[in-house]
Design a protein around this ligand. Sequence first.
Ligand code: HEC
Length: 315
Amino acid sequence: MPAITRKVSGWYSPPPYGGHNWMPMSFSPKTGLVYVPARDIGWVWGVNGPTWFYEGYDLARLTPEDVRKQSRGILLAWNPVAGKPAWSVTQDTLSNGGTLATGGGLVVQGTEDGYIRFHDARDGKLLHQILVGTGIVAPPMSYAVDGEQYIAVAAGWNGVKTGPDPQPSPAPYSNASRLLVLKLGGGPIRVAERRPLSEFYADDTPQSSARVTAGKPLYFAHCAICHGLVGEDSVFPDLRRMSPGTYEAFDSIVRGGLLRAGGMASFADVLNAEAAENIRAFIVDWAQRSRHGIADLPAARERPAQEVQPRQSTL
Ligand code: HEC
């Protein structure tokens, strides 16, 4: 393939995360439509950088407005014969669940913000929704026992999140997984417990600006892909909210692999102790600014000139 060159650094959509992902789509022979859990979100690309997405981005150009715009999910009813949408429903949340098209003319979908929604398969009209709290990415399925129809969905969320929760979506609920099974006339479904959000790391000691400046691009190259670009809440810990114990154990976690069993691998192959210290200073500085409401994006525009090679093995 020829190398792709980009002449202008800027915001492009759809992003490398794609217009939709693995969450299954469904097809209704009755309507002839395909129901796609789609999404629309942009991505800031640099000029002539590598094309693999987490190497080619240019976060120096990322603004909070960029992050917020176009970050939405879409329930898309696609007409494969006409080659165009029949209808679409815009959703506040980006990474919603797979779809089920039923013989009774419904499209059923779980959402990132913890709803099971029932749409009319012909026009997308929202007929009913049930708040369960737990985010959903799995597709619902349907079966019958002794002539009684059930709809079952595995609730529990993991997905790509690149922006702060859109208002007024509910605050995060516990992500404890559950199998939810519905039938007509069934009882109420328990809404998941709310997960308390821990406080920002509370230490106002000014951080060395040299360390903060050096730590920032390292954070974006190695950590942001999981721990967040803008301080968004996700299934990974928001490092601005680390405890004093985590602050102390930072190097043991980041380079020593202390939390390896929980999915936090050691970065000792790409970061030395100095680099880990710089990242920690950047995070503490960010936590201080978040706590005092100074900036919700860590001064992405001040990115230093040197380029950082991202780790190759993630994803
Ligand atoms: C591939 C995803 C991924 C990447 C990349 C990643 N982490 Fe993590 N990190 C995790 C997971 C998962 C946990 C939770 C581990 C646990 O609770 O056992 C975690 C936990 C942590 C914790 C403990 C947080 C707390 O409050 O308990 C720290 C500190 C941390 N990571 C720092 C970093 C730093 C610094 C980087 C970049 C050098 C980084 N991580 C990159 C996935 C990642």
